[in-house]
Design a protein around this ligand. Structure first.
Ligand code: SF4
Ligand code: SF4
Length: 273
């Protein structure tokens, strides 16, 4: 299993900057990240493509950010991430030679340019082409695409629930080609952004929370404390960032997921108009 096309900039509205630290903040809302990327874009786009100037500017942006540390301190946040197009619909590296007009300024960020050039995240290995194409088609915007394409357990968990609902394998190509089902799939994936009542008390990013060293570690549900048994929806519930304190909260989150999966399944099985 592995993806045969480039997940970072696959086109058709999808682009990702997750490994450059895009979401590594407690408040990783679309509004706040749009502001942050806008500031970084305006700052670097105004500079001449000179290494010393870019490096000094990157350092000053990192200094200014000390007041609001990353959610996972062990994971770096690069100030060279920004919007690549005038409409601000595509996220990517402002220091890439294709963006600067020839100069490779990625060494001015938080990693060496060689690492930026060669890095591929686990999604390249763990997603199939068909799964990645589905995410690309369903999440055609920079904010949602990055959240979903990097969460293999979430994508697999959603598709597993859909298979159970259908009592059989899901034809992902047919799903992409069915506008009603694809829109419902987008709403399911978009729960990453829209799911209500996830609380703000815990340092949580999807399934993860920081350990003592600031590294992301996978969370689990404490079924004994919740007085509940496991349920098929729980992987997706965790990936959505729910940290339920009570069984009622857990049941609400499960119901939300189940309802969204059912709508996709219904759209797939209802006769074409
Ligand atoms: S997290 Fe993965 S898909 Fe996203 S930019 Fe990095 S390597 Fe590409
Ligand atoms: S310099 Fe590297 S880490 Fe920074 S935005 Fe560019 S690709 Fe990402």
């Amino acid at each position: 299993m592995s993806v045969s096309f480039h997940l970072c900039q696959p086109g058709r509205g999808a682009s990702c900057g997750a490994c450059c630290g895009l979401y590594n903040f407690r408040d990783h809302s679309r509004e706040r990240l749009t502001e942050r990327l806008g500031l970084q874009t305006d700052t670097f786009r105004a500079l001449p493509p000179e290494r010393e100037t870019w490096h000094a500017t990157a350092v000053s942006l990192l200094e200014a950010r000390r007041a609001g540390p990353p959610l996972f301190p062990a994971v770096r946040v690069c100030p060279l991430l920004g919007f690549l197009d005038a409409e601000r619909t595509r996220v990517g590296c402002l220091g890439h030679p294709k963006v600067t007009g020839g100069q490779d300024l990625r060494d001015c960020g938080v990693y060496h340019a060689e690492l930026c050039e060669t890095f591929t995240c686990p999604s390249f290995t763990w997603l199939t082409d068909a799964q990645a194409r589905l995410v690309q088609a369903a999440c055609a915007d920079w904010y949602l695409y990055g959240l979903v394409i990097t969460d293999v357990e979430f994508v697999r968990g959603c598709l597993r629930l859909l298979e159970w609902e259908q009592a059989g394998p899901v034809d992902l190509e047919a799903l992409v080609g069915n506008p009603e089902a694809l829109a419902a799939m987008r709403r399911l994936f978009a729960l990453k952004e829209t799911a209500p009542d996830r609380g703000t008390h815990a340092a949580v990013f999807g399934r993860f929370t920081p350990d003592a060293e600031g590294e992301p570690v996978s969370r689990v549900l404490d079924y004994t404390v919740l007085g509940a048994r496991t349920a098929p929806e729980d992987d997706v519930v965790l990936c959505l960032g729910y940290a339920p304190d009570t069984r009622a909260e857990l049941e609400r989150a499960r119901r939300l997921v189940r309802e969204h999966v059912t709508v996709v399944a219904q759209a797939l099985t209802s006769p074409a108009p």
